[in-house]
Design a protein around this ligand. Sequence first.
Ligand SMILES: C[S@@+](CC[C@H](N)C(=O)[O-])C[C@H]1O[C@@H](n2cnc3c(N)ncnc32)[C@H](O)[C@@H]1O
Length: 262
Amino acid sequence: MRYQLSAEAAEFYESTFVPALFAAWARRLVDTVAVTPGQAVLDVACGTGVVARTAADLAGAAGEVVGVDLNTSMLAVARRIRPDLRWQHGDACALPFGDASFDLVLSQAGLMFFGDRMAALREMARVAGVRGRVAVQVPGRLAASPGYRALADVVARHAGREAVDLLGAYFAVGEPDELHHLVDAAGLRVEVFDTWLGATRLDSVDTFLAVELLPLADRLDRDVRDRIVEDCRTALAPFVDAAGAIAAPIEVHLVVARPEPE
Ligand SMILES: C[S@@+](CC[C@H](N)C(=O)[O-])C[C@H]1O[C@@H](n2cnc3c(N)ncnc32)[C@H](O)[C@@H]1O
């Protein structure tokens, strides 16, 4: 994901991606860590703030919820929706907070994009401290995400492997053993490793493709895109209901861990 999106792209993210999948992910993340009133919660790579907002509803007025992201357009949307929460510009790999500042450090759909994933996890451990917890939620394996696998097969046929690699960036930390190892190596002791099957829900195959082909927007010429759309109508048919709405299954990993004492 490019770090500086336009204001329109950030609004599109909030109005389309968030209800399609990330709101449901946020609910599961916040329920799993069981946010309680009064807690201090950090949302790393908060985007437009869905995890922070969901956590804030539970942390209540006595809690403190902060969202941090590199992207100023995403932060502007987050601030518009919840001006009462704290939104801060910053890099996950060098978090602008002191040691042990938060009870919970949450990060959803961010880890795969970080320049140095190990540094980011170490930073999350540092700002949580030994009495805090860190929870990270990411897309799992492309091969275990049937809607996305079907899309990737069609894209490979018409636009080649390189195009699939761009789509596959979302799934870059999806191998469970590698993810477990990465979290361990960052000095975090894994307490929960929950792999579940979510779904991206949108009103039509056309909307799904408008969203999911965005990373390829500059690379596909008109007729290649048209052929992809045409083949996807068949390939994605198993995930489309009678009204034309799509629910494309996607594997998700939710990892909750505790910083190891030094
Ligand atoms: C797919 S969005 C996820 C946003 C949000 N967590 C959600 O669940 O909707 C990925 C976010 O990661 C942010 N991001 C990428 N690299 C980052 C970094 N190094 N530090 C902070 N944020 C980063 C992007 O700006 C973007 O807002």
